[in-house]
Structure formats: C-alpha cells, structure tokens
Design a protein around this ligand. Sequence first.
Ligand code: FES
Ligand code: FES
Length: 162
Amino acid sequence: MADKILVRLTVNGAAREGHCEERTLLADFLRETLGLTGTHVGCEHGICGACTILFNGEAARSCIMLAVQADGAELTTVEGLATDGALHPLQEAFREYHGLQCGFCTPGMLMTALDLLRTNPHPTDVEIREGISAVLCRCTGYQGIMNAVRAASGRPPAKGHA
Ligand code: FES
Ligand code: FES
C-alpha cells in the first residue's frame, strides 16, 4: 500500500476508509473501493450529473473530484436515502409519479432534487426545471420527474399528467 493513500470519510452516517491512488476519482472510489455502486458514472466529464452526491451537504459531481479531496468529508449517496427499508419521501414520489424509467440518471437526479428542496423547499415549476437541468435524463421526458419533485414539495402533479 506504500504508493496508495488512505482516505477516511463519513458516508451515509458511517465512518468509512479505503486506499486509493492520488488520481482516483471520487466516483470510482465510492463504487469500486467502498462498494457503493448506487452512484452512477456516465460522462465522467461533469456534464450528465449521474454521479451527483452530497458533499458536506451540497450537491457535487463525484466524477470530477478526486477521492483524496474527500478525506475528512461527509458524503451522502443514494444508498443513504432509504432508512430501515423504507424509501425516502423523494424516492416514493419518483416511484409514484413515474420519475424514472431505466434508472440510470435516477441516483444523480434524486440527490440533485434533494439539494434543490433543501435550499428551496417550495420551488416553482421553473425553479424545479432549472434545478433538475443539472442532470440529463434520456428516458422520461422530465415530466414525471417534475411531478415527483412537485409532489415531494407538497404540490399536486401538473394537470394532464399522471
Ligand atoms: S458522470 Fe459525473 S457528470 Fe457525468
Ligand atoms: S430514467 Fe433513464 S436516463 Fe433517466
């Protein structure tokens, strides 16, 4: 392990640690070293948002950060949303309002929506669209996601959509 660096951090409330190279991306560290494969990797260029996690409470793209930058940080990944087998209300809303199809973008979309609702608990439709525009979805056409986020913020889905 002489050429590897020890990274200690908190993930989903639990102390975790692992060794990695200086150049190891945080997304790869989460998936391959810590086994948290819920965080997806798409473009690896900071564009698609699939790798979004919460880093010290704020949404961040884990594909454009180094794992060593996360030493001492507090992270939340999609695995941290459900508690005791019960889905997080935002996950429930995505399920109820068809906010996902293939599910590839979903971890990043959930973490992004979570951050949006943390900073703006009652977003307008425009604010939701702007917020989730940070993540690319190739399946849903976004309306189901819009409705899910609306529902999670306490508003009914838009008329004419399930
Ligand atoms: S995989 Fe990180 S933004 Fe696309
Ligand atoms: S649900 Fe397939 S990419 Fe969004």
